[in-house]
Design a binder for this molecule. Structure first.
Ligand SMILES: Nc1ncnc2c1ncn2[C@@H]1O[C@@H]2COP(=O)(O)O[C@H]2[C@H]1O
Length: 486
């Protein structure tokens, strides 16, 4: 019993006995308490900052990047505070450690210069926020999404799913392209080259048709085509499209290139190969050489094979007519110049429907305006099971829901193979102000349909309005003004 008592007494003495360290006295038990307190502060601040980031700040409506930044600042702040307060609370007089800190400081200065630089850069990243968690960035040849910003380094997840750890100083000292700085929307340029002799309007149409087929590009702002320059052996175009997922920039570009290639194939637009003119100084001398090689014979063969190539039918049959030719058949656009047609083509796209296929149903939300380029459609009051009328090439439909802000007043079904030019809702306003002649035509067509509006006023959700009955043109103009400011 005595022995155990002695051991306890000895341990108590060892733990409470002050040790003198560089001018300060401290016991083992104090060191132990301080270490436990440090540990508790580190773990507690990590737990609290995670809770802040994943719960409280989400509830307060902060964005992912800001949440991450606030949580990081909170964590480092609480840890620093803990490291200052705990030793003092344990009765340690740190002023006597100043000389030690000075010495250490010099050591750190030399040994951890890079670390210190990254640490300061980390603070800059957290406070200034040139990049945030979730942003899509480009740094030299590194491209990816920011996953985590720590005080020393930042983790970037590449499109190949590889996490790259980038020292923070690289992100502060180098030029970064942040694709999602203010918003995710960005415009990408896709260069396209075609052979000299190609019709620029047809090329523009083909490129825009390709853009319409890629669902990941935004319909507004609409895609644009620039004729950027006349190159050595090609005319250079650029397709400009807006996307909202910069991460998919390259796959979208690749998909567009595929579709453009396909469109060119259908429309017999040639992508050029490099061409060189060869000047022979002594053609006469060479003639005999070529003759001896049976040049004429092989020339004939070549011409034959090139004829075959040129006349080769594409795998799929091309569309009957170009969009330009179809639009020029529409009364409002028949006197348009090539340039005007080009800007018209930029505002919409061609869509083909087959016999009996519904273009939309009564009650659908109104999302686009349609002009019939070829074929015919029937307008159906589906709920009343009534055939209203047939419309033909040059006619338009789908204006009512856009102008009135109501759902589709009737269903529209193709009666045969029908090609329509579609102008989406958000471009319709710009479309009407660009083509006042068409806007007038729409207004007068609406007047023709006046009786039907009055009859179906309730069904269409229109309020009682004297103008509608007495002066429909005034009413429609007013309506266009309120909805579209035209
Ligand atoms: N009486 C009608 N005559 C011709 N077209 C009509 C008539 N009623 C509705 N439409 C068209 O059918 C379309 C159905 O969709 P919207 O209501 O957008 O626009 C409508 C008009 O373009």
């Amino acid at each position: 019993m005595k022995i155990i008592e002695n051991i306890f007494q000895f341990l108590a003495k060892v733990f409470t006995q002050p040790i003198f360290l560089g001018g300060i006295s401290i016991s083992l038990s104090s060191i132990f308490t301080i270490l436990v307190a440090f540990f508790a502060v580190v773990v507690g601040s990590r737990y609290l900052s995670n809770w802040l980031r994943d719960h409280l700040l989400i509830r307060l409506g902060f964005q992912e990047g800001t949440r991450e930044a606030i949580a990081t600042i909170f964590r480092y702040f609480t840890i620093t505070l803990g490291f200052i307060i705990i030793p003092q609370a344990a009765g340690l007089d740190l002023s006597s450690l100043a000389f030690l800190a000075g010495g250490l400081g010099i050591g750190i200065g030399f040994g951890f210069q890079g670390l210190a630089q990254n640490f300061v850069s980390g603070l800059i990243l957290v406070f200034e926020q040139p990049i945030r968690v979730g942003d899509y960035i480009e740094l030299g040849d590194l491209e990816g999404t920011i996953r985590k910003i720590s005080i020393r380094s930042t983790i970037v997840l590449t499109n190949d799913g590889i996490s790259i750890i980038v020292p923070n100083s690289d992100l502060v000292n180098n030029r970064i392209i942040n694709w999602s700085y203010e918003n995710m929307n960005s415009r990408i340029h896709i260069p396209v080259r075609v052979a000299y002799g190609s019709d620029p309007v047809l090329v523009t149409e083909a490129i825009l048709a390709a853009a319409q087929k890629e669902s990941r590009i935004l319909s507004f702002p609409p895609p644009q085509v620039w004729l950027s320059s006349f190159g050595e052996d090609s005319i250079k175009f650029e397709l400009l499209v807006w996307i909202d997922k910069p991460r998919f920039r390259l796959p979208i570009q690749s998909s567009l290139n595929f579709i453009i290639h396909n469109e060119f194939y259908f429309k017999n637009i040639r992508i050029p190969v490099s061409q060189r003119d060869l000047w022979l100084r002594n053609p006469e001398d060479l003639k005999s050489v070529f003759e001896s090689l049976n040049f004429n014979q092989s020339k004939q063969n070549r011409e034959k094979s090139s004829r075959i190539n040129l006349n080769k039918e594409p795998l799929y049959s091309p569309q009957d007519l170009s969009l330009r030719d179809l639009l020029k058949k529409v009364v409002y656009f028949e006197n348009f110049s090539n340039l005007e047609i080009l800007s018209l083509i930029e505002k919409g796209y061609r869509q083909t429907y087959y016999s009996e296929q519904f273009i939309f149903h009564e009650g659908d939300p109104g999302d686009a305006f349609h002009i019939i380029l070829s074929g015919s459609v029937e307008i159906l009051a589906e709920k009343a099971n009534k055939h209203i009328r047939d419309l033909y090439a040059g006619d338009f439909f789908g204006e009512l829901s856009l102008l009135m802000g109501i759902r589709r007043s009737a269903g529209v079904r193709a009666k045969e193979k029908t090609i329509v030019f579609v102008v989406s809702r958000n471009i319709f306003q710009n479309f009407l102000s660009s083509y006042p002649q068409l806007a007038n035509q729409i207004a007068s067509k609406l007047v023709e349909r006046k009786q039907e509006f009055i009859e179906r006023k309730k069904e269409l959700g229109l309020s009682d309005d004297e103008d509608l009955e007495n002066n429909p043109l005034v009413w429609i103009r007013k309506r266009m003004k309120t909805l579209f400011n035209i």
